[in-house]
Ligand binder design. Structure first.
Ligand code: ZN
Length: 64
């Protein structure tokens, strides 16, 4: 009975690389993202996040 789990083996390989932004399969060119746009989104989110923290910390001392 040739009932090999073809589907499972293929899915296991593809599931390893998924775009963390939109969840689509990642491409070789923009790993681990699916496209340059998603890579940009992630970078922007990362940058804007680290921008907010130090600004609020330094200005507080002067205000009081
Ligand atoms: Zn994506």
């Amino acid at each position: 009975m040739p009932a090999k789990p073809k589907k499972a083996a293929r899915a296991g390989k593809a599931a390893a690389k998924r775009c963390p932004i939109c969840g689509k399969p990642a491409t070789e060119a923009s790993r681990p993202f699916c496209s340059e746009r998603c890579r940009d989104v992630d970078l922007n989110r990362w940058l804007s996040n680290s921008y907010v923290i130090p600004a609020a910390k330094d200005d507080d001392e002067d205000a009081e």
